[in-house]
Design a protein around this ligand. Sequence first.
Ligand code: PNS
Length: 160
Amino acid sequence: MEKIKAVYAGSFDPIHNGHLDIIVRALSIFDEIFVAILINEEKEYLFTLEERVKLIKKTIKDPKLKVETFSGLLVDFMKLKEAKIILRGLRAVSDFEYEFQMALMNKHLNPEVETFFMIPSEEYTYISSKLVKEVVKFGGKISALVPPCVEEALRKKLVK
Ligand code: PNS
């Protein structure tokens, strides 16, 4: 039988428990998952591409999970991996407009591609990488929001 492969793409700057929740649950549904980090030279990130890959690999190990980087169009990366499913987390109504546009654009670019939305578990619906970084910077607690290795890495970068 054909393997069902899904791609979970994003910036992951850094990975947080909301991402992890989606990945863990998706691993019980799909045969193979590619966590795909976008290479975007125009945007500034806190963590380098290599650091972001390392933090994801350190956080979750599963034979069905691959961590990769890509540049250009997501649908082109998917063709390369022979994947037809884009996995996205949908946290709130505010995410919807952007996600709706992306799903339709990807469908336009490749009609064979389907976008699957997963709602994060309730306790993670408010987490974003941006907010986590802000909270660390000003001394707030984040241990319930990110894996321990990410917390350590964030403190090294942001706490003077
Ligand atoms: O979680 P993010 O950072 O909002 O992820 C956005 C991402 C990486 C999924 C999106 O920007 C993307 O797919 N970029 C690749 C370029 C592309 O394919 N654009 C056309 C479809 S929107």
